[in-house]
Every structure is written in structure tokens, then in C-alpha cells.
Design a protein around this ligand. Structure first.
Ligand SMILES: [Zn+2]
Length: 558
């Protein structure tokens, strides 16, 4: 005779992501694991006097969502600091920065971020706008995508950045009339000021992680891959995770992607190995390495095969960046692969995507096929010739579906500079799925909303939705963006559950609702299949469980 279940969900719309039995009505949980999936009758025999029986009343039960590319410690810190991510105009930015400066007299620097490039002409906010609200102290505010910084005069003065400062190799100091420093720094140029910032302590990172984890749980996220885990003094999130996990605070399952320092060479692999060696505690393990191969399209640092166009549509000389030399990339990836590291690429432009795939191909040729599940994140512009290579090379397409919409950054800062042909190769998630690639979805929060239901809304509709408060921006059209690249709802749910569990090597224990798997489960307020797809964004998570333990509940489940 089996012991009664600890917990049972009945009378629900259970969507399992298990192809053998996609739909069910009831699920029973015992000892943190799923012990039965079936009809209400099937689980009735497992109910005992101590079983907590939850009547779902037709609500949907799905596997816990996992975010395949996210930055919780820094996003959480951003929530705690001067947070511009819920605003979308210069007057609002100035008001928020001014209020923050007034209410935080003890801060020696005004830090924070979340501003949108397309609020400003050319994507470049001026220092004067910040000087007007913070003159007494330096201010350093990162852009929503994290690739640029907006600084005031005091910050430039402290960093010694002036008219005479040469342009760095890997970034841009934006200049105005008379070569005067404008106040916006792109990519590697942010380092000129960043190195003067007060160091974030492990306690700071833990504070960020704590608020981020609670927020992600409230959105149904039970696990993630942290796309930048740092070991050095400027970004010590690695030690923050270890301590957070050892203190028993880490409820989520987390794979950390250790940061590849593009200014160093293969000698850093020894440091990565040493980190991995001491790198696991509780539900955290650092078994991936993040290589950022290019920048972003909006500031013309994404790596392209053909030059960017200028504002008049004529070709420029600029094909964007390859942060790691492509030949060296092949050698590094082959070595990392041989050492058993998963490689997580930032690959956004078509040349970066190709360089990353070429590097993995070289690793496959040298080391043979393996189960490390290398993945390419962002995939903004993918040359059609490269689409089939994901399946062929066993590379996961790590997609941020929220970006695939007609919004201002796309319409004003991207399409004119790529031209029509390449603009049509953006975010080709439908093509990748049809070509047999495994899709994993992630948010890149705090770049954009970490709400999986909002992200899936864009994945299936290729449009934004009303009141996008934490999307690329609010200027969006109703025209679907390359609608043939939409995926259907089962594909979208799978990419956020089984797909991202696969990337994290957690698909044997999570990612679907099957007997024997861990009870990482989410209740959504409605059956998503019974409502129009155009209303997907409005669905809400009401209960989140990890191994049967509640990590988030609305009052309906109090
Ligand atoms: Zn990222």
C-alpha cells in the first residue's frame, strides 16, 4: 500500500509537456515529487486525511518555468537602486533620478539604470539632462540592455574622460559638436567610468539576488541559467550564489555561466576550472561558460557579414564587432568542450552567430559529439544558411521572444540600418523550430520583462500587448513582426519548461509533469488553450511550488 500524497491538485487543466500524455486533470505529490498524473479518479486513492487537496476549479497547472538567460543579481540590485525600467520618457527619467538623489543623500554615486535608447535621438542621452538633477555627485546609469551607460559631468570628471580621450577599441565614447563628450558610453567604453564605481560587495549581490528570486518566483519561475556569473572583484555573483545557497536561501535551481574575459586568453581556462571545482552548493552549480561574441544592433556593435547602412540607406564601413577573434574562438570552444564546460554564447548578429556555430563545429570535429548542450542566446539576425546548423550541431537556440515585435527600437534603430533583406532574418524562431532545433526561452531580464506569459504572448503573436510597462518600449504597432516566425502555444510553453530545463541539464528531473519528477509546479489563473492567444499576456501566475513547497502564492491560495 502506498503512503497518502502530501498534496494533490484536482479539477484542473493540467498541461504536462509530456508528449505521452499532454493533458490531465489531477496531479498528486509526495515527498517533493510527482507521484501520480491523471484524472480526479486516478488520484483519489492517494488522498489521505493529511493530504492538502487543492481544487484548481479549471485553472491550469504547468511545469515550473525556467529562464534560459537571465541576470537576477544585477536586476535585483537595479530594483533596489535608481530604477528607470518602468518609465519611458526623459521627463520621467529626470524626475526619478532627482527623487532618488534627494532620498539617498548617503550614496556617493547615483547608480541604477533601465533607460531605453529610443527615448533619445540616435539612442544617446546627454550629460546635461543628468547634470540638471544631480550636479553634486557622479551618476552612472546603465541602459535597459546593459550595453551602454548614461553619465553626468561629475562622473566624466572623476574618470578623466574628456575631449582628448581616445576611442577605445571595443566601444564608443559618443561625442557632440566640437568633439565634446556627450554623456553616453557604449560597450567597452563604459569601462572608462565603471572602474571608478564603488565596488559592489557580496552582501549587495545577495540583497539583489534575494529580491530577484522572490520576483521571479511570483512569475512562476522555478529555475534559470544566470548568463553572467562573475568571480572577480567587480562582479562577485559567483560567491554570492554560493553563500545564498549554503545559507539555505536559494530555492530556485540555478546553473551559472561563468564569464569569459575577452581581454584574456586561454590561460583563464584554469581559473574557470578552479571556479567550477568549488562552484556548487545546494541548487546552484557553475557548469557553463558565457562568451560574449558581439554587441547589439542598436549601437552597431552586433557582428554582421555585410556593413551596416547609414541613416540615408548607404553602406558604411562598419560590420560590427567580434569580441573574440574567430580563430581563437574555435580553439577556446574546443578546449572548453574538452573540459566538459557547456558554452553559452551571446550571439546576436549574423556574423557572430556564424562564428559561434563554426567554433562548435570545430569542437565537434575534434572532440566528437557530446551532451554538453551548447547554446546561442539572442539570435537577432540569423542568416538562413545557418538555421539548419542548430539541429545538425546539437546547438540549442536560446531565444528572447519578447524582442520580436514592431517597437520603437526595432522600427527606428534597427530596420533602417540593416535594410530589408537582413531585417527579414530577425528572430527566426519559427524557422529554427521547423528545422528541428531545440528552443529554450529566456528573458535577459533586466533588459526586458521576465514574465514568461508576456514573453510567450509575443512568441505566438509576434506583437506587443497593451500597457507594456517593462518591454523594449511602449511605441509598438499592431502589425505582427515577421508573423511566419511565430511559434504555436505548445512550442512556446515547451521552450519555457522542458527546453530550458534541457539547457540546464535538468530535464531528467524537471521540465514536465510526469510521475517521478520533482514537483516544480505552477498554477496559472486560466487554461491558456481555452482563451484567445491575443489575451495570453493577461494571464497571471497564482501559485509556484518547488519540490512541493510553496515559494509564491496569491490570496486565492493563501
Ligand atoms: Zn544577457
Amino acid at each position: 500500500m502506498t503512503a497518502p500524497a502530501d498534496l494533490a491538485f484536482v479539477n484542473g487543466a493540467v498541461y504536462t509537456v509530456d508528449p505521452a500524455r499532454p493533458r490531465a486533470q489531477a496531479v498528486a505529490v509526495g515527498d517533493g515529487r510527482i507521484v501520480a498524473v491523471g484524472s480526479d479518479d486516478d488520484v483519489r486513492e492517494l488522498l489521505g486525511p493529511s493530504t492538502d487537496v487543492i481544487d484548481l476549479k479549471g485553472r491550469m497547472l504547468v511545469p515550473g518555468f525556467q529562464d534560459a538567460h537571465v541576470h537576477p543579481p544585477s536586476s535585483g540590485l537595479e530594483m533596489l537602486r535608481c530604477n528607470l525600467s518602468n518609465a519611458y520618457s526623459l521627463p520621467d527619467y529626470r524626475r526619478i533620478v532627482g527623487e532618488y538623489a534627494t532620498t539617498h543623500p548617503e550614496e556617493s554615486w547615483i547608480l541604477g539604470g533601465g533607460w531605453s535608447m529610443d527615448v533619445f535621438p540616435g539612442g544617446n542621452p546627454p550629460k546635461e539632462a543628468l547634470d540638471a538633477v544631480v550636479a553634486d555627485r557622479p551618476a552612472y546609469l546603465t541602459s535597459r540592455d546593459g550595453h551602454s551607460a548614461w553619465v553626468n559631468s561629475k562622473a566624466l570628471e572623476i574618470a578623466g574622460v574628456s575631449r582628448e580621450t581616445p576611442q577605445p577599441e571595443d566601444g564608443v565614447i559618443v561625442r557632440g559638436p566640437g568633439e565634446e563628450v556627450w554623456g553616453t558610453l557604449h560597450e567597452g567604453a563604459v569601462g572608462l567610468v565603471e572602474r571608478f564605481l564603488p565596488e559592489d560587495t557580496i552582501d549587495d549581490w545577495i540583497a539583489g539576488l534575494r529580491v530577484a528570486q522572490a520576483y521571479l518566483h511570483s512569475l512562476g519561475i522555478t529555475g534559470w541559467q544566470d548568463a553572467i556569473v562573475g568571480v572577480d572583484s567587480s562582479y562577485r555573483t559567483f560567491d554570492a550564489y554560493l553563500r545564498f545557497a549554503r545559507d539555505g536561501e536559494l530555492t530556485a535551481r540555478v546553473i551559472g555561466a561563468l564569464w569569459w574575459d575577452r581581454y584574456r586568453d586561454a590561460e583563464q581556462i584554469d581559473d574557470l576550472l578552479a571556479a567550477r571545482e568549488r562552484g556548487s552548493a545546494g541548487r546552484f552549480a557553475a557548469t557553463s561558460v558565457k562568451i560574449m561574441q558581439d554587441g547589439v544592433v542598436e549601437n552597431f556593435t552586433a557582428g554582421m557579414l555585410e556593413p551596416y547602412l547609414d541613416a540615408d540607406g548607404n553602406p558604411t564601413e562598419n560590420r560590427g564587432k567580434s569580441f573574440v577573434d574567430p580563430e581563437k574562438l574555435k580553439a577556446h570552444v574546443t578546449r572548453l568542450d574538452a573540459e566538459g564546460f557547456q558554452v553559452h554564447f551571446h550571439a546576436l548578429g549574423e556574423r557572430a552567430v556564424r562564428e559561434a556555430l563554426d567554433a562548435i563545429e570545430q569542437a565537434r570535429r575534434t572532440n566528437g559529439m557530446n551532451d554538453l548542450r551548447h547554446h546561442l542566446a539572442h539570435l537577432q539576425v540569423v542568416n538562413p544558411d545557418d538555421v539548419p546548423r542548430f539541429e545538425q550541431l546539437g546547438v540549442v537556440a536560446n531565444a528572447q521572444p519578447l524582442w520580436a515585435q514592431n517597437e520603437g527600437q526595432m522600427l527606428n534603430l534597427t530596420i533602417p540600418f540593416l535594410g530589408p533583406e537582413r531585417s527579414g532574418w530577425q528572430y527566426p524562431f519559427g524557422s529554427l523550430a521547423r528545422a528541428g532545433a531545440t528552443l529554450a526561452f529566456g528573458s535577459d531580464w533586466s533588459v526586458s520583462s521576465p514574465n514568461p506569459l508576456e514573453e510567450m504572448h509575443v512568441a505566438v503573436n509576434r506583437t506587443g500587448f497593451p500597457d507594456q510597462t517593462y518591454a523594449p518600449n511602449s511605441e509598438t504597432t499592431d502589425d505582427p513582426f515577421l508573423p511566419e516566425e511565430a511559434v504555436d502555444l505548445p512550442t512556446a510553453i515547451e521552450a519555457f519548461t522542458r527546453g530550458s530545463a534541457y539547457v540546464n541539464h535538468l530535464d531528467d528531473v524537471t521540465g514536465s509533469i510526469e510521475s517521478g519528477k520533482l514537483a516544480d509546479l505552477v498554477v496559472v489563473d486560466r487554461d491558456l488553450f481555452a482563451h484567445p492567444l491575443t489575451e495570453l499576456y493577461a494571464a497571471k501566475v497564482e501559485l509556484t511550488l518547488i519540490e512541493g513547497e510553496r515559494v509564491y502564492a496569491t490570496e486565492n491560495f493563501a
